[in-house]
Write a new protein. Structure first.
Length: 310
């Protein structure tokens, strides 16, 4: 299997205040982990910057303009929402995250590589159609899904989100779109307060598998086996996107789910089996959360290793 990694130094220049959990050190810690000999064959590319109009695949133009107005020209950090901050390079970083996601989709769907991982920040899955929140400006995974549909005519795109926080933005964008299946495992109760089992979308295309605080591998894997995998089997996706947050790791300070690196390896393997069955092995994974540096490096490293093994 050929796995491509999209990265870019601009992601380090999206600034947040001292002590903020979503910080540039997250990507630095992952970069150190990826220096291991296990990753020698990882195909690394610089993420391209997307045009501003690519945002319109998942958000209205009024929202794009609202975000652009918040970007400070001077060398400051601006709080735009309870948890969300922007600096002078934040728009460029966000557009490069979108560019990396779209390039990864192109690479996988044209057969240049088997799968891809995009190591970008800021994350995206909390961004609703017209609302920034939870560290997120634009919904990268939603834009990637729309790009796959518009450019390649895919009929059934699946998004699997295992970030410990529910992907409310992705759910909002695809609530009434049966061409996209959205499956999420997440802690509940926890920010942002959405993701109950009865939130199923207009056509049953939303599948939530909430996890109780202080549970671990057994409950996570059971949720995957009982809710996520059957939904994928029934949907028979042409393509799988992963919102790969690693904050369900037991070390993470923002939640109380006790996963270990092997759980992410296991979940990756199960999704690759589904992709092999229905989607010609086509998988693209986008980094979302993960705020303990050691936990993030371990978990994301094992996830990428599993993508590389096939």
């Amino acid at each position: 299997m050929t796995t491509r990694l999209y990265e870019h130094d601009i992601f380090l220049e999206h600034r947040t205040p001292e002590g903020h959990p979503e910080r540039a050190d997250r990507l630095r810690s992952l970069a150190i982990a990826l220096q291991h000999p296990n990753f020698e064959k990882l195909d690394r590319k610089q993420a391209p910057q997307a045009d501003e109009d690519t945002v319109l695949l998942a958000h209205p133009e009024s929202y794009l303009r609202a975000v652009m107005r918040e970007i400070p020209e001077e060398d400051t950090i601006r709080q735009i929402e309870a948890d969300t901050y922007v600096g002078p390079k934040s728009l460029q970083a966000a557009l490069t995250g979108i560019g990396g996601a779209m390039a990864a989709v192109d690479d996988v769907l044209t057969g240049k590589v088997d799968n891809a991982f995009v190591a970008a920040r800021p994350p995206g899955h909390h961004a609703e159609k017209d609302k920034y929140m939870g560290f997120c400006l634009f919904n990268n995974v939603a834009i990637a899904a729309r790009h796959a549909q518009r450019k390649y005519g895919l009929e059934r795109v699946a998004i699997v989100d295992w970030d410990v926080h529910h992907g409310n933005g992705t759910q909002d964008i695809f609530w009434d779109d049966p061409s996209v299946l959205f499956c999420s495992t997440h802690q509940m109760p926890l920010y942002p307060g959405t993701g109950a089992k009865d939130e199923s979308g207009k056509d049953g295309n939303i599948v939530n598998a909430p996890l109780s605080p202080d549970t671990g591998s057994e409950h996570f894997r059971e949720a995957f086996k009982s809710r996520v995998l059957p939904a994928l089997e029934n949907f028979r996706p042409d393509f799988i996107l992963i919102s790969a947050g690693f904050d369900a790791h037991h070390r993470d300070p923002l939640a109380q789910i006790n996963l270990v690196g092997d759980d992410f390896d296991w979940a990756t393997g199960r999704l690759m089996e589904i992709a092999g069955k229905y989607a010609n092995n086509r998988v693209v994974s986008l980094l979302e959360g993960g705020y303990d540096l050691e936990g993030l490096a371990e978990s994301a490293g094992m996830h990428i290793c599993r993508l590389m093994r096939g």
